[in-house]
Design a protein around this ligand. Structure first.
Ligand code: ATP
Ligand code: MG
Ligand code: MG
Ligand code: MG
Length: 439
């Protein structure tokens, strides 16, 4: 992509109404534009990151055997009357009436709708297990939308729902979700810790939230430092191996890690003092087993092996796809801007032409652009007629992992400069060597 033909409306001024780094940087880097409180347009650069995160979530869900689909954003109120949540949900639900005076709502989540789909088409235990998910916009009329996309009113969420015959099968689905979530966050370059959470008004027994440690997080968290050392790395994961998945979940749920809602001071005090940590965290996902909470009132039953009709066991599992964009920036930035991890970066490499219009410089930049594309990478070529300082500042702000700088002085010696955004280190090398190092 040539920057002169792109739409990257970077801001020179730091927006004064943005309280945290990720919100400020998203506005400054031209990633988002607020249209109304908690409602945002995703400008081209932000949209690329959102799509990258969405793609990783899709890939990891499907690797775990979960099936993608798409439900609408608008839902009929009647479904929510069946579960009893139409009245219970409160003012966070955006209620709408259509021209025929039918009560509708902009979905804050999809338990009712998926349960309705299930009961319409599934009647036998032979069709189980089943886990369906979608990635779709949600709306919650938050009291205090803030921190940009981290607490929006309209936000993008992956929500998955498992249907199983027994508690044991449902816990296998729970484990699949926990492990697939660990993989998902790790691939994005994010450390998200599963913490025992409170099942709250949704009811049920088992739930974990995934939290990214950050001073600006809205949750207070307590954990054993040992948990932050755990990684999946390049472990091969077999999602058909129940015992193997259980072992991974045990590994991640044995060290103490809880949010303030479930914090137990007496248990926490048993951890050696030097290992105890209190911090803030950003909730980037949550998994839930809630049994027959929806299947019973809504009549989502299957005929079991013994011929008796039983309500199915369910769970729901969410990832905050749009919130993750903010959480990633909270975890990866410095004073000059964003530092994207390779897995989610909007472009893999920036190309900075220090003398636009110079035949040699232009030709070299174009060669690098083509060579990176031939490697399957997406470069962003700054071909504007701008000062070097302004070009560097833009590249630092938008945080691409690599920058290749081309100038007449280097070209005389047959070299270009390769700079890592993360370390800030620059090295001169041949065009070919620079292209080889990127990606
Ligand atoms: P929170 O405690 O932050 O209000 P939640 O527990 O109400 O979140 P869930 O119902 O668990 O949210 O939804 C699944 C995920 O969707 C959350 O883990 C979070 O990452 C994301 N999410 C929830 N509310 C918002 C929001 N207002 N803006 C952006 N993302 C959100
Ligand atoms: Mg909430
Ligand atoms: Mg929460
Ligand atoms: Mg939650």
């Amino acid at each position: 992509m040539r920057l002169s033909r792109y739409f990257l409306p970077v801001l020179k001024e730091t927006p004064s109404d943005a309280q945290i780094a990720s919100h400020r940087l998203m506005l400054r880097a031209g990633m988002i534009k607020q249209n109304a409180a908690g409602i945002y347009s995703w400008l081209p650069l932000g949209y690329r990151v959102l799509r990258n995160i969405e793609r990783i979530v899709h890939e990891e869900q499907q690797a775990a055997g979960h099936i993608p689909m798409l439900m609408p954003t608008l839902q009929p109120a009647d479904l929510w009357r069946e579960s009893g949540r139409y009245d219970a949900y409160g003012p966070e639900m955006l209620r709408i009436r259509d021209r025929h005076e039918r009560d509708m709502l902009y979905g804050p989540t999809n338990e009712e709708m998926i349960t309705d789909i299930f009961r319409s088409h599934v009647g036998s235990y032979r069709d189980l297990p089943l886990t369906l998910y979608h990635i779709q916009w949600k709306f919650r009329d938050e009291v205090r939308p803030r921190f940009g996309v981290m607490r929006g009113r309209e936000f993008f969420m992956k929500d998955g729902y498992n249907f199983d015959l027994s508690y044991e099968d449902s816990m296998y689905a729970y484990d699949r979700h926990m492990v697939s979530y660990l993989r998902t966050y790790e691939r994005m370059g994010l450390k998200a810790i599963p913490m025992r959470a409170d099942s709250g008004p949704i009811g049920g027994d088992d739930t974990h939230e995934f939290l990214v440690l950050a001073d600006t997080g809205e949750s207070e968290v307590f954990y054993d430092a040992a948990i932050t050392d755990l990684t999946l790395g390049d472990r091969q994961i077999d999602f058909d191996d129940r015992a193997g998945l259980r072992a991974i979940c045990e590994e991640w749920t044995t060290p103490y890690a809880r949010t303030d809602e479930t914090h137990d001071a007496a248990l926490f005090d048993q951890i050696p003092e030097e290992q105890r940590r209190t911090s803030r965290g950003i909730e980037v996902g949550q998994i839930f087993y809630f049994g027959t909470k929806y299947s019973e009132p809504m009549g989502a039953t299957v005929v079991g092996p013994d011929g008796a009709k039983v309500p199915v066991h369910m769970g729901s599992h969410g990832i905050g796809v749009s919130r993750l964009v903010g959480a990633l920036i909270e975890a990866h930035h410095d004073d000059n801007g964003i530092i994207w991890p390779e897995g989610v970066t909007p472009f893999h490499c920036g190309i900075v032409n220090l003398r636009q219009g110079d035949g040699d410089c232009d030709a070299t930049c174009e060669k690098i652009d083509a060579a990176l594309k031939a490697k399957g990478l997406d470069p962003l070529y700054d071909d504007r007629d701008e000062r070097a300082g302004a070009k560097f500042a833009t590249m630092d702000l938008i945080g691409l992992p690599w920058r290749i700088t081309v100038g007449p002085r280097g070209l005389k010696n047959g070299v270009v400069e390769l700079t890592s955004r993360k370390t800030g280190e620059s090295e001169e090398m041949s065009l070919k060597a620079a292209v080889d190092r990127v990606g």
